[in-house]
Design a protein around this ligand. Structure first.
Ligand code: FAD
Ligand code: NAI
Length: 475
Protein backbone atom coordinates (compact mmCIF):
# COMPACT_ATOMS: atom_id res chain seq x y z
CA UNK A 1 0.00 0.00 0.00
CA UNK A 2 1.55 3.31 -1.03
CA UNK A 3 1.58 6.36 1.23
CA UNK A 4 0.32 9.59 -0.34
CA UNK A 5 1.91 13.00 0.17
CA UNK A 6 1.52 16.45 -1.33
CA UNK A 7 5.32 16.79 -1.32
CA UNK A 8 8.19 14.34 -0.91
CA UNK A 9 11.67 15.79 -0.43
CA UNK A 10 14.59 13.48 -1.27
CA UNK A 11 17.61 14.47 0.85
CA UNK A 12 17.64 15.91 4.36
CA UNK A 13 20.55 18.37 4.10
CA UNK A 14 20.04 22.14 4.50
CA UNK A 15 18.28 22.36 1.12
CA UNK A 16 15.96 19.41 1.75
CA UNK A 17 15.07 19.65 5.42
CA UNK A 18 14.38 23.37 5.19
CA UNK A 19 12.21 22.87 2.07
CA UNK A 20 10.26 20.17 3.94
CA UNK A 21 9.69 22.36 7.01
CA UNK A 22 8.63 25.40 4.98
CA UNK A 23 6.25 23.31 2.83
CA UNK A 24 4.69 21.84 5.99
CA UNK A 25 4.32 25.34 7.48
CA UNK A 26 2.40 26.29 4.34
CA UNK A 27 -0.13 23.51 4.99
CA UNK A 28 1.16 20.72 2.74
CA UNK A 29 1.36 17.06 3.77
CA UNK A 30 5.14 16.50 3.53
CA UNK A 31 7.63 13.64 3.78
CA UNK A 32 11.42 13.82 3.74
CA UNK A 33 13.65 10.87 2.88
CA UNK A 34 17.30 10.88 3.96
CA UNK A 35 19.77 8.02 3.95
CA UNK A 36 22.63 9.37 6.11
CA UNK A 37 23.49 6.96 8.95
CA UNK A 38 25.20 7.75 12.25
CA UNK A 39 27.83 5.36 13.64
CA UNK A 40 25.07 3.22 15.16
CA UNK A 41 23.19 2.95 11.87
CA UNK A 42 20.49 5.37 13.00
CA UNK A 43 19.24 8.43 11.11
CA UNK A 44 21.51 11.47 10.92
CA UNK A 45 19.64 14.13 8.93
CA UNK A 46 21.39 17.39 8.06
CA UNK A 47 23.40 16.13 5.10
CA UNK A 48 26.97 17.02 4.30
CA UNK A 49 26.59 20.32 6.16
CA UNK A 50 25.73 18.76 9.52
CA UNK A 51 27.66 15.49 9.31
CA UNK A 52 30.88 16.15 7.39
CA UNK A 53 30.81 19.81 6.40
CA UNK A 54 29.93 23.19 7.90
CA UNK A 55 29.20 22.15 11.47
CA UNK A 56 32.01 19.65 12.26
CA UNK A 57 34.60 21.78 10.46
CA UNK A 58 33.64 24.83 12.52
CA UNK A 59 33.78 22.74 15.72
CA UNK A 60 37.35 21.67 14.90
CA UNK A 61 38.32 25.18 13.81
CA UNK A 62 37.15 26.42 17.23
CA UNK A 63 39.03 23.72 19.19
CA UNK A 64 42.22 24.23 17.23
CA UNK A 65 41.96 28.03 17.56
CA UNK A 66 41.79 27.66 21.36
CA UNK A 67 44.93 25.50 21.19
CA UNK A 68 46.69 28.09 19.03
CA UNK A 69 45.69 30.90 21.39
CA UNK A 70 46.86 29.01 24.47
CA UNK A 71 50.18 28.16 22.83
CA UNK A 72 51.01 31.45 21.16
CA UNK A 73 48.81 34.32 22.30
CA UNK A 74 47.80 33.91 25.96
CA UNK A 75 51.28 35.08 27.00
CA UNK A 76 50.56 38.51 25.42
CA UNK A 77 47.75 38.88 27.97
CA UNK A 78 50.02 37.94 30.87
CA UNK A 79 48.55 34.46 31.13
CA UNK A 80 51.02 31.65 31.60
CA UNK A 81 49.95 28.15 30.65
CA UNK A 82 52.35 25.25 30.81
CA UNK A 83 52.31 21.93 29.00
CA UNK A 84 49.45 22.72 26.65
CA UNK A 85 48.37 19.40 25.15
CA UNK A 86 45.75 18.36 22.67
CA UNK A 87 43.65 15.25 23.27
CA UNK A 88 42.59 14.58 19.68
CA UNK A 89 40.13 11.83 20.66
CA UNK A 90 38.34 14.23 23.02
CA UNK A 91 38.32 17.02 20.44
CA UNK A 92 36.77 14.66 17.86
CA UNK A 93 34.26 13.36 20.43
CA UNK A 94 33.20 16.96 21.18
CA UNK A 95 32.77 17.57 17.46
CA UNK A 96 30.65 14.39 17.22
CA UNK A 97 28.45 15.64 20.07
CA UNK A 98 27.92 18.96 18.28
CA UNK A 99 26.97 17.03 15.12
CA UNK A 100 24.53 14.81 17.04
CA UNK A 101 22.87 17.85 18.65
CA UNK A 102 22.21 19.15 15.14
CA UNK A 103 20.95 15.76 13.84
CA UNK A 104 18.58 15.49 16.81
CA UNK A 105 17.50 19.10 16.35
CA UNK A 106 16.35 18.35 12.80
CA UNK A 107 14.42 15.23 13.88
CA UNK A 108 12.72 17.39 16.53
CA UNK A 109 11.89 20.06 13.93
CA UNK A 110 10.35 17.41 11.65
CA UNK A 111 8.09 16.29 14.51
CA UNK A 112 7.21 19.85 15.46
CA UNK A 113 6.25 20.68 11.87
CA UNK A 114 4.55 17.31 11.20
CA UNK A 115 7.00 16.29 8.46
CA UNK A 116 7.04 12.49 8.06
CA UNK A 117 10.64 11.26 8.02
CA UNK A 118 11.82 8.13 6.21
CA UNK A 119 15.33 6.83 6.85
CA UNK A 120 16.63 5.23 3.66
CA UNK A 121 17.42 5.85 0.04
CA UNK A 122 14.76 7.48 -2.08
CA UNK A 123 14.46 6.78 -5.79
CA UNK A 124 12.05 7.44 -8.61
CA UNK A 125 9.91 4.49 -9.75
CA UNK A 126 7.63 6.08 -12.34
CA UNK A 127 5.32 8.94 -13.11
CA UNK A 128 2.00 8.10 -11.43
CA UNK A 129 -1.53 9.43 -11.60
CA UNK A 130 -1.22 13.06 -10.49
CA UNK A 131 2.43 12.84 -9.48
CA UNK A 132 5.31 10.41 -9.00
CA UNK A 133 5.80 7.03 -7.38
CA UNK A 134 8.92 6.80 -5.23
CA UNK A 135 10.65 3.95 -3.47
CA UNK A 136 12.28 4.20 -0.05
CA UNK A 137 14.89 1.49 0.55
CA UNK A 138 15.98 1.36 4.15
CA UNK A 139 15.25 -0.46 7.39
CA UNK A 140 11.68 -0.83 6.09
CA UNK A 141 10.91 -0.46 2.39
CA UNK A 142 8.08 1.90 1.52
CA UNK A 143 6.30 3.08 -1.59
CA UNK A 144 5.29 6.73 -1.63
CA UNK A 145 3.24 8.73 -4.09
CA UNK A 146 3.89 12.47 -4.23
CA UNK A 147 2.09 15.22 -6.11
CA UNK A 148 5.36 17.17 -6.10
CA UNK A 149 8.97 16.11 -5.50
CA UNK A 150 11.93 18.19 -4.35
CA UNK A 151 15.33 16.64 -5.07
CA UNK A 152 17.99 17.85 -2.62
CA UNK A 153 20.56 15.07 -2.76
CA UNK A 154 23.63 17.30 -2.39
CA UNK A 155 27.18 16.60 -3.49
CA UNK A 156 30.21 14.41 -2.84
CA UNK A 157 33.94 15.15 -2.77
CA UNK A 158 35.61 14.98 -6.19
CA UNK A 159 38.34 12.34 -6.30
CA UNK A 160 41.59 12.75 -8.21
CA UNK A 161 42.05 10.20 -11.00
CA UNK A 162 44.27 7.35 -9.80
CA UNK A 163 43.96 8.29 -6.11
CA UNK A 164 40.60 7.08 -4.78
CA UNK A 165 39.67 8.04 -1.21
CA UNK A 166 40.42 5.29 1.30
CA UNK A 167 39.76 7.67 4.24
CA UNK A 168 42.88 6.25 5.92
CA UNK A 169 45.72 7.81 3.94
CA UNK A 170 43.94 9.62 1.13
CA UNK A 171 41.17 11.61 2.71
CA UNK A 172 38.10 13.49 1.59
CA UNK A 173 36.45 16.02 3.92
CA UNK A 174 34.97 13.01 5.74
CA UNK A 175 38.30 11.47 6.80
CA UNK A 176 39.86 14.92 7.30
CA UNK A 177 37.29 15.60 10.04
CA UNK A 178 37.98 12.43 12.04
CA UNK A 179 41.72 11.88 12.08
CA UNK A 180 42.72 9.95 15.20
CA UNK A 181 46.00 11.79 15.75
CA UNK A 182 47.77 14.90 14.52
CA UNK A 183 49.71 13.86 11.39
CA UNK A 184 53.32 15.01 11.50
CA UNK A 185 53.24 15.92 7.82
CA UNK A 186 49.93 16.72 6.13
CA UNK A 187 49.46 17.34 2.42
CA UNK A 188 46.44 18.93 0.79
CA UNK A 189 45.62 19.14 -2.88
CA UNK A 190 43.57 22.24 -3.66
CA UNK A 191 43.86 25.54 -1.80
CA UNK A 192 40.14 26.28 -1.97
CA UNK A 193 37.79 26.63 0.95
CA UNK A 194 38.22 23.12 2.38
CA UNK A 195 41.99 23.11 1.81
CA UNK A 196 42.41 26.33 3.78
CA UNK A 197 39.99 25.46 6.59
CA UNK A 198 41.25 21.90 7.11
CA UNK A 199 44.88 22.93 6.59
CA UNK A 200 44.41 25.56 9.31
CA UNK A 201 42.91 23.07 11.79
CA UNK A 202 45.75 20.57 11.55
CA UNK A 203 48.52 23.20 11.28
CA UNK A 204 47.33 24.80 14.53
CA UNK A 205 47.48 21.37 16.16
CA UNK A 206 51.07 20.88 15.05
CA UNK A 207 51.11 19.35 11.55
CA UNK A 208 53.60 20.54 9.00
CA UNK A 209 51.14 21.45 6.23
CA UNK A 210 51.80 21.69 2.48
CA UNK A 211 49.03 22.72 0.11
CA UNK A 212 49.43 22.05 -3.62
CA UNK A 213 47.24 24.27 -5.80
CA UNK A 214 46.87 23.86 -9.55
CA UNK A 215 46.04 27.47 -10.37
CA UNK A 216 48.74 30.15 -10.46
CA UNK A 217 46.60 32.60 -8.45
CA UNK A 218 45.59 32.23 -4.83
CA UNK A 219 41.81 32.24 -4.19
CA UNK A 220 41.00 33.41 -7.70
CA UNK A 221 37.32 34.13 -6.91
CA UNK A 222 38.22 36.44 -4.01
CA UNK A 223 38.95 40.17 -4.45
CA UNK A 224 42.68 40.32 -5.29
CA UNK A 225 43.62 42.79 -2.54
CA UNK A 226 41.84 40.67 0.08
CA UNK A 227 43.34 37.41 -1.21
CA UNK A 228 46.83 38.96 -1.10
CA UNK A 229 46.36 40.07 2.50
CA UNK A 230 45.07 36.61 3.48
CA UNK A 231 47.99 34.87 1.75
CA UNK A 232 50.44 37.05 3.67
CA UNK A 233 48.82 35.95 6.95
CA UNK A 234 48.78 32.25 5.99
CA UNK A 235 52.45 32.41 4.91
CA UNK A 236 53.33 33.95 8.27
CA UNK A 237 51.49 31.15 10.08
CA UNK A 238 53.58 28.58 8.23
CA UNK A 239 50.97 27.16 5.85
CA UNK A 240 53.14 26.16 2.90
CA UNK A 241 50.91 26.96 -0.10
CA UNK A 242 52.45 26.17 -3.49
CA UNK A 243 50.62 27.65 -6.46
CA UNK A 244 50.69 26.67 -10.13
CA UNK A 245 51.63 23.03 -9.53
CA UNK A 246 50.74 20.05 -11.67
CA UNK A 247 49.99 16.97 -9.60
CA UNK A 248 51.19 13.64 -11.03
CA UNK A 249 51.23 10.13 -9.55
CA UNK A 250 50.08 9.57 -5.99
CA UNK A 251 51.22 6.40 -4.26
CA UNK A 252 50.93 5.24 -0.70
CA UNK A 253 52.55 2.68 1.52
CA UNK A 254 52.69 1.98 5.26
CA UNK A 255 55.08 4.92 5.60
CA UNK A 256 52.64 7.47 4.14
CA UNK A 257 51.65 9.10 0.89
CA UNK A 258 53.95 10.26 -1.86
CA UNK A 259 52.79 12.90 -4.35
CA UNK A 260 54.79 13.54 -7.50
CA UNK A 261 54.25 17.03 -8.90
CA UNK A 262 55.77 19.73 -11.04
CA UNK A 263 56.15 23.12 -9.39
CA UNK A 264 55.42 26.50 -10.98
CA UNK A 265 58.97 26.63 -12.39
CA UNK A 266 58.41 23.27 -14.11
CA UNK A 267 60.70 21.37 -11.74
CA UNK A 268 59.81 17.79 -10.81
CA UNK A 269 59.15 17.45 -7.05
CA UNK A 270 57.93 14.85 -4.59
CA UNK A 271 55.89 15.58 -1.49
CA UNK A 272 56.07 12.93 1.23
CA UNK A 273 53.32 13.15 3.84
CA UNK A 274 51.65 10.99 6.47
CA UNK A 275 48.14 11.88 5.31
CA UNK A 276 46.81 13.53 2.16
CA UNK A 277 43.54 15.46 1.94
CA UNK A 278 42.14 15.95 -1.54
CA UNK A 279 39.93 19.05 -1.71
CA UNK A 280 39.55 19.87 -5.40
CA UNK A 281 35.85 20.63 -5.46
CA UNK A 282 32.66 18.62 -5.22
CA UNK A 283 30.38 16.78 -7.67
CA UNK A 284 26.57 16.79 -7.63
CA UNK A 285 25.08 13.59 -6.24
CA UNK A 286 22.32 11.86 -8.18
CA UNK A 287 23.61 8.36 -7.54
CA UNK A 288 20.82 5.90 -6.82
CA UNK A 289 17.98 8.30 -7.64
CA UNK A 290 17.00 6.35 -10.76
CA UNK A 291 16.49 9.55 -12.74
CA UNK A 292 16.23 7.51 -15.95
CA UNK A 293 12.91 6.04 -14.80
CA UNK A 294 11.23 9.43 -15.14
CA UNK A 295 13.59 11.20 -17.58
CA UNK A 296 14.94 13.81 -15.15
CA UNK A 297 17.47 15.86 -17.09
CA UNK A 298 21.11 16.14 -15.93
CA UNK A 299 23.84 18.36 -17.40
CA UNK A 300 27.34 17.24 -18.45
CA UNK A 301 28.59 17.64 -14.82
CA UNK A 302 25.81 15.39 -13.54
CA UNK A 303 23.92 18.30 -11.95
CA UNK A 304 20.14 18.39 -12.26
CA UNK A 305 19.17 21.00 -14.84
CA UNK A 306 16.92 23.69 -13.34
CA UNK A 307 15.71 27.14 -14.31
CA UNK A 308 16.17 30.23 -12.12
CA UNK A 309 13.22 29.06 -10.01
CA UNK A 310 14.61 25.52 -9.42
CA UNK A 311 12.09 23.89 -11.79
CA UNK A 312 13.44 20.77 -13.52
CA UNK A 313 12.35 19.51 -16.95
CA UNK A 314 9.57 17.47 -15.25
CA UNK A 315 6.31 19.05 -14.10
CA UNK A 316 6.08 19.03 -10.29
CA UNK A 317 9.74 18.05 -9.82
CA UNK A 318 12.06 20.67 -8.30
CA UNK A 319 15.73 20.52 -7.31
CA UNK A 320 17.74 22.66 -4.89
CA UNK A 321 21.18 23.02 -3.30
CA UNK A 322 24.46 21.40 -4.28
CA UNK A 323 22.79 19.08 -6.80
CA UNK A 324 21.98 22.08 -9.05
CA UNK A 325 23.95 25.01 -10.55
CA UNK A 326 25.33 27.82 -8.40
CA UNK A 327 27.59 28.05 -5.36
CA UNK A 328 27.76 24.97 -3.13
CA UNK A 329 26.81 26.71 0.12
CA UNK A 330 24.42 25.64 2.86
CA UNK A 331 22.65 29.00 3.03
CA UNK A 332 22.16 29.05 -0.76
CA UNK A 333 20.59 25.56 -0.50
CA UNK A 334 18.32 26.76 2.33
CA UNK A 335 17.18 29.85 0.44
CA UNK A 336 16.32 27.73 -2.59
CA UNK A 337 14.48 25.25 -0.33
CA UNK A 338 12.30 28.01 1.14
CA UNK A 339 11.64 29.59 -2.26
CA UNK A 340 10.61 26.25 -3.81
CA UNK A 341 8.24 25.47 -0.91
CA UNK A 342 6.63 28.88 -1.37
CA UNK A 343 6.35 28.40 -5.15
CA UNK A 344 4.72 24.99 -4.61
CA UNK A 345 2.18 26.78 -2.40
CA UNK A 346 1.45 29.24 -5.20
CA UNK A 347 3.46 32.05 -3.64
CA UNK A 348 6.34 34.02 -5.17
CA UNK A 349 9.47 32.55 -3.60
CA UNK A 350 12.60 34.57 -4.23
CA UNK A 351 16.37 34.08 -4.03
CA UNK A 352 18.73 36.98 -4.73
CA UNK A 353 21.83 35.29 -6.15
CA UNK A 354 23.67 38.65 -6.13
CA UNK A 355 23.66 38.90 -2.35
CA UNK A 356 24.73 35.42 -1.28
CA UNK A 357 27.62 35.89 1.15
CA UNK A 358 30.74 33.72 1.15
CA UNK A 359 32.81 33.05 4.26
CA UNK A 360 36.08 31.18 4.71
CA UNK A 361 36.49 30.40 8.41
CA UNK A 362 40.27 30.60 8.60
CA UNK A 363 42.16 33.00 10.81
CA UNK A 364 41.93 35.70 9.60
CA UNK A 365 38.43 35.00 8.32
CA UNK A 366 37.61 35.98 4.75
CA UNK A 367 34.08 37.09 3.82
CA UNK A 368 32.52 38.84 0.89
CA UNK A 369 29.31 39.69 -0.90
CA UNK A 370 28.75 41.13 -4.35
CA UNK A 371 31.33 41.90 -6.98
CA UNK A 372 35.12 42.01 -6.71
CA UNK A 373 37.26 44.83 -8.05
CA UNK A 374 38.46 42.52 -10.87
CA UNK A 375 34.86 41.77 -11.88
CA UNK A 376 33.94 45.46 -11.93
CA UNK A 377 36.99 46.30 -14.04
CA UNK A 378 36.19 43.46 -16.46
CA UNK A 379 32.59 44.65 -16.84
CA UNK A 380 33.69 48.26 -17.40
CA UNK A 381 31.56 49.57 -14.53
CA UNK A 382 32.87 52.82 -13.04
CA UNK A 383 33.36 52.36 -9.29
CA UNK A 384 34.88 53.96 -6.20
CA UNK A 385 36.76 51.91 -3.58
CA UNK A 386 37.33 52.52 0.12
CA UNK A 387 39.32 50.42 2.57
CA UNK A 388 39.90 50.56 6.32
CA UNK A 389 42.51 48.45 8.16
CA UNK A 390 41.71 46.66 11.43
CA UNK A 391 45.06 48.00 12.64
CA UNK A 392 43.28 51.35 13.17
CA UNK A 393 40.25 49.83 14.95
CA UNK A 394 40.17 50.04 18.77
CA UNK A 395 38.27 46.79 19.33
CA UNK A 396 40.65 44.87 17.05
CA UNK A 397 43.61 46.22 19.05
CA UNK A 398 41.94 45.22 22.31
CA UNK A 399 41.30 41.74 20.89
CA UNK A 400 44.91 41.53 19.77
CA UNK A 401 43.78 40.70 16.24
CA UNK A 402 44.54 43.54 13.85
CA UNK A 403 45.19 41.63 10.62
CA UNK A 404 43.25 42.65 7.55
CA UNK A 405 40.76 45.23 6.36
CA UNK A 406 37.25 46.01 5.21
CA UNK A 407 36.86 47.08 1.59
CA UNK A 408 33.85 48.76 -0.02
CA UNK A 409 33.17 49.03 -3.73
CA UNK A 410 30.44 51.45 -4.78
CA UNK A 411 29.08 52.73 -8.08
CA UNK A 412 30.99 55.85 -9.13
CA UNK A 413 27.84 57.77 -10.04
CA UNK A 414 25.09 56.54 -7.69
CA UNK A 415 27.25 55.36 -4.75
CA UNK A 416 25.23 52.09 -4.60
CA UNK A 417 27.25 49.39 -2.81
CA UNK A 418 28.40 46.82 -5.38
CA UNK A 419 30.63 44.65 -3.20
CA UNK A 420 32.02 44.39 0.31
CA UNK A 421 35.14 42.33 1.04
CA UNK A 422 36.57 41.61 4.45
CA UNK A 423 39.66 39.81 5.69
CA UNK A 424 40.09 39.93 9.43
CA UNK A 425 38.56 39.09 12.81
CA UNK A 426 34.89 38.00 12.78
CA UNK A 427 34.51 38.74 9.08
CA UNK A 428 31.83 36.00 9.10
CA UNK A 429 29.62 38.13 11.36
CA UNK A 430 30.55 41.54 9.94
CA UNK A 431 29.51 40.59 6.42
CA UNK A 432 25.83 40.37 7.47
CA UNK A 433 25.58 44.19 7.62
CA UNK A 434 26.85 44.42 4.05
CA UNK A 435 24.35 41.80 2.87
CA UNK A 436 21.47 43.71 4.44
CA UNK A 437 22.74 46.97 2.96
CA UNK A 438 22.99 45.48 -0.53
CA UNK A 439 19.53 43.85 -0.27
CA UNK A 440 18.14 47.33 0.44
CA UNK A 441 20.26 48.83 -2.36
CA UNK A 442 22.01 51.08 0.15
CA UNK A 443 24.73 53.51 -0.82
CA UNK A 444 28.10 53.58 0.94
CA UNK A 445 27.02 56.94 2.38
CA UNK A 446 24.04 55.19 4.06
CA UNK A 447 26.45 52.96 6.00
CA UNK A 448 28.78 55.88 6.69
CA UNK A 449 25.89 57.83 8.29
CA UNK A 450 24.66 54.97 10.53
CA UNK A 451 25.71 54.99 14.21
CA UNK A 452 27.91 51.94 14.94
CA UNK A 453 28.67 50.86 18.54
CA UNK A 454 32.05 51.75 19.98
CA UNK A 455 34.33 49.97 20.38
CA UNK A 456 33.32 47.35 17.84
CA UNK A 457 34.78 45.71 14.77
CA UNK A 458 31.74 47.00 12.87
CA UNK A 459 33.23 50.50 13.12
CA UNK A 460 35.75 49.29 10.53
CA UNK A 461 32.80 48.69 8.20
CA UNK A 462 31.53 52.22 8.76
CA UNK A 463 35.04 53.63 8.26
CA UNK A 464 35.52 51.67 5.01
CA UNK A 465 32.23 53.19 3.81
CA UNK A 466 33.56 56.63 4.78
CA UNK A 467 36.77 55.82 2.90
CA UNK A 468 34.77 55.55 -0.34
CA UNK A 469 34.28 59.32 0.01
CA UNK A 470 37.89 59.75 1.23
CA UNK A 471 36.83 60.94 4.69
CA UNK A 472 37.82 58.29 7.24
CA UNK A 473 37.86 59.65 10.77
CA UNK A 474 40.27 57.22 12.41
CA UNK A 475 42.86 56.61 9.73
P1 FAD B 1 23.71 17.92 1.39
O1 FAD B 1 24.00 18.68 2.62
O2 FAD B 1 24.81 17.19 0.74
O3 FAD B 1 22.55 16.90 1.77
C1 FAD B 1 22.09 15.93 0.89
C2 FAD B 1 21.47 14.80 1.69
O4 FAD B 1 20.77 13.95 0.80
C3 FAD B 1 22.49 13.91 2.41
O5 FAD B 1 22.06 13.66 3.73
C4 FAD B 1 22.48 12.62 1.59
O6 FAD B 1 22.78 11.47 2.36
C5 FAD B 1 21.04 12.59 1.14
N1 FAD B 1 20.79 11.79 -0.07
C6 FAD B 1 21.47 11.80 -1.23
N2 FAD B 1 20.88 10.96 -2.13
C7 FAD B 1 19.81 10.41 -1.49
C8 FAD B 1 18.80 9.50 -1.86
N3 FAD B 1 18.75 8.98 -3.10
N4 FAD B 1 17.89 9.15 -0.94
C9 FAD B 1 17.90 9.67 0.32
N5 FAD B 1 18.82 10.56 0.72
C10 FAD B 1 19.76 10.93 -0.17
N6 FAD B 1 28.71 25.63 3.28
C11 FAD B 1 28.49 26.78 3.95
O7 FAD B 1 27.58 27.52 3.58
N7 FAD B 1 29.25 27.13 5.04
C12 FAD B 1 30.25 26.34 5.49
O8 FAD B 1 30.91 26.68 6.47
C13 FAD B 1 30.51 25.13 4.80
N8 FAD B 1 31.49 24.33 5.21
C14 FAD B 1 31.71 23.15 4.56
C15 FAD B 1 32.76 22.35 4.98
C16 FAD B 1 33.03 21.17 4.33
C17 FAD B 1 34.17 20.31 4.80
C18 FAD B 1 32.21 20.76 3.24
C19 FAD B 1 32.44 19.46 2.54
C20 FAD B 1 31.17 21.56 2.80
C21 FAD B 1 30.91 22.77 3.46
N9 FAD B 1 29.91 23.63 3.04
C22 FAD B 1 29.70 24.80 3.69
C23 FAD B 1 29.03 23.28 1.90
C24 FAD B 1 27.68 22.72 2.42
O9 FAD B 1 27.93 21.61 3.24
C25 FAD B 1 26.80 22.34 1.25
O10 FAD B 1 26.67 23.42 0.36
C26 FAD B 1 25.40 21.94 1.75
O11 FAD B 1 25.49 20.86 2.63
C27 FAD B 1 24.49 21.58 0.58
O12 FAD B 1 23.25 21.24 1.08
P2 FAD B 1 22.30 20.23 0.28
O13 FAD B 1 21.05 20.12 1.10
O14 FAD B 1 22.19 20.64 -1.12
O15 FAD B 1 23.06 18.84 0.26
P1 NAI C 1 37.01 24.69 -4.02
O1 NAI C 1 36.35 24.79 -5.33
O2 NAI C 1 36.78 25.73 -3.00
O3 NAI C 1 38.59 24.62 -4.23
C1 NAI C 1 39.18 23.62 -4.99
C2 NAI C 1 40.59 24.05 -5.33
O4 NAI C 1 41.28 22.95 -5.89
C3 NAI C 1 40.63 25.18 -6.37
O5 NAI C 1 41.50 26.19 -5.92
C4 NAI C 1 41.14 24.48 -7.62
O6 NAI C 1 41.90 25.33 -8.44
C5 NAI C 1 42.00 23.38 -7.02
N1 NAI C 1 42.18 22.22 -7.88
C6 NAI C 1 41.25 21.60 -8.64
N2 NAI C 1 41.81 20.54 -9.28
C7 NAI C 1 43.11 20.50 -8.90
C8 NAI C 1 44.18 19.62 -9.21
N3 NAI C 1 44.02 18.58 -10.03
N4 NAI C 1 45.39 19.87 -8.66
C9 NAI C 1 45.57 20.93 -7.81
N5 NAI C 1 44.57 21.79 -7.49
C10 NAI C 1 43.36 21.57 -8.02
O7 NAI C 1 36.61 23.23 -3.48
P2 NAI C 1 36.75 22.56 -2.06
O8 NAI C 1 37.74 23.25 -1.21
O9 NAI C 1 36.88 21.11 -2.33
O10 NAI C 1 35.34 22.83 -1.42
C11 NAI C 1 34.16 22.45 -2.13
C12 NAI C 1 33.05 23.39 -1.88
O11 NAI C 1 32.50 23.18 -0.58
C13 NAI C 1 33.45 24.86 -1.88
O12 NAI C 1 33.55 25.39 -3.17
C14 NAI C 1 32.31 25.47 -1.15
O13 NAI C 1 31.24 25.62 -2.03
C15 NAI C 1 31.99 24.40 -0.11
N6 NAI C 1 32.62 24.75 1.16
C16 NAI C 1 32.24 25.92 1.77
C17 NAI C 1 32.82 26.30 2.95
C18 NAI C 1 32.44 27.60 3.54
O14 NAI C 1 31.45 28.17 3.10
N7 NAI C 1 33.16 28.10 4.54
C19 NAI C 1 33.83 25.48 3.62
C20 NAI C 1 34.19 24.31 2.87
C21 NAI C 1 33.57 23.97 1.70
Amino acid sequence: MSKQFDVVVIGGGPGGYIAAIRAAQLGMNVACIDEWKNDKGGPAPGGTCTNVGCIPSKALLQSSEHFEQANHHFADHGITVKDVKIDVAKMIARKDTVVKQNNDGILYLFKKNKVTFFHGRGSFVKAAEGGYELQVSGAADETLVAKQVVVATGSNARALAGAPFDEQNILSNDGALRLGAVPKRLGLIGSGVIGLEMGSVWRRLGSEVTVLEGLPTFLGAVDEQIAKEAKKAFDKQGLNIQLGVKVGDITHSKKGVSVAYTNAKGEAQTLEVDKLIISIGRVPNTHGLNVEAVGLQLDERGAIVVDDDCRTNLPGVWAVGDVVRGPMLAHKAEEEGVAVAERMAGQHGHVNFNTIPWVIYTSPEIAWVGQTEQQLKASGRAYKAGTFPFLANGRARALGDTTGMVKFLADAATDEILGVHIVGPMASELIAEAVVAMEFKASSEDIARICHAHPSLSEATKEAALAVDKRTLNF
